[in-house]
Write a protein that binds this ligand. Structure first.
Ligand code: PBG
Length: 329
């Protein structure tokens, strides 16, 4: 007995006494192969273009993208998710550049494939917003609404040209109903049975995409609330999940990551396919900005968020810090 009562019978602190002890009992640890690097490639530039809201991230030239892919592979990163940024003049209502076999994303897929072969899983964003002049993820009907089924036809064409270019995995991110089934069919019917589909299953309408819009030079008019999920909803993501799996998703994703760890945990608990989470542009910007002001320890904050995302159930994490973190692990 102490002066104030009995000694504790259990002392969890014993397992926190030294760094070696803490390392030994850690329940989750990050590995370079958990990480996927999202990367932007811009058409027609000879120097990489910095993205002001994402210090340290650039719109790559074709050359620097190849270098970034080689560096990621060298660091043991698992994959690269490619986003194309076409010349402004090439944007139109249908997002034609997205289905042009010589469009910037298709060119980038071929470049990265030539550079790293199968050493990285080469993934591509399958969405129209980078290519449309109105900035929406689909085509519009006469009333200016995003037309779900007309958009699906565009996605089917995108799947084919991206697969023709040699991509390993396509990532349909537009949140159209039926997109996974249509993309799967399009791939199968064009001889691309081995190309896998990473479904953006629970993709929320988020304020944290802000810096991404600069990254892809998006000219979005309005918002995406009629197709992306409402942040208020959890159960709805399970419905999206069931549909995506039924339609043939090989892997599923929750996005953004940090404000949606409950969704991630629930999704991860309910599936037997690999689960990804996307630590998005605004999550990146928040940490970089606070660190620049000296308000948080940048490196520790990065690792803490990534560990938290893994603990919540992610097998794979898309993060703009992928190469840097993989090198440090
Ligand atoms: C859609 C897409 C977006 C992101 C990835 N794919 C933007 C959006 O839905 O508005 C955001 C990624 C990020 O913010 O880092 N093509």
């Amino acid at each position: 007995m102490t002066k104030y009562g009995s000694f504790p019978g259990a002392r969890p602190r014993r397992l926190r006494t030294t760094p070696a002890m803490r390392r030994m009992v850690a329940e989750h640890r990050l590995h370079p192969a958990d990480l996927i690097l999202p990367a932007f490639v811009r058409e027609g530039v000879s120097e990489p273009v910095p993205i002001s809201a994402m210090p340290g991230v650039v719109q790559h030239t074709r050359d620097t993208l190849r270098k970034a892919a080689a560096e990621a592979a060298g660091a043991g990163v698992a994959g690269i998710m490619l986003f194309g940024v076409p010349e402004d003049a090439k944007k139109d209502a249908l997002g034609t550049a997205g289905t042009d076999p010589d469009g910037i994303l298709q060119v980038a897929i071929r470049d990265v494939k030539a550079e790293v072969g199968d050493d990285l899983v080469i993934m591509s964003d399958l969405c129209l917003d980078e290519y449309t002049d109105h900035g929406h993820c689909g085509v519009l009907d006469a009333a200016g609404r995003v037309d779900n089924d007309a958009t699906l036809e565009r996605y089917a064409e995108m799947a084919q040209v991206q697969a023709d270019a040699g991509v390993h995995t396509v990532g349909p991110s537009g949140m159209m109903d039926g997109q996974i089934g249509v993309v799967r069919d399009a791939l199968d019917q064009t001889g691309h049975e081995d190309v896998s589909v990473l479904a953006y299953t629970a993709k929320y309408s988020s304020a944290f995409y802000g810096p991404f819009r600069e990254a892809v030079g998006s000219s979005l008019q309005g918002d995406r609330k009629t197709y992306q999920q409402d942040p208020a909803n959890l159960r709805e993501s399970l419905r999206e999940l069931a549909l995506d799996l039924e339609e043939g998703a090989d892997m599923v994703m929750v996005k953004p990551a940090l404000p949606y760890l409950d969704v991630l945990a629930k999704v991860a608990d309910s599936v037997d396919v690999p689960v990804a989470a996307y630590q998005i542009s605004g999550e990146y910007a928040m940490i970089e900005a606070a660190a620049e002001k000296g308000w948080i320890d940048r490196d520790k904050a990065i690792l803490e968020t990534l560990t938290g995302i893994k603990r919540a159930g992610a097998n794979m994490i898309l993060t703009y810090w992928a190469t840097e973190v993989a090198r440090g692990l």
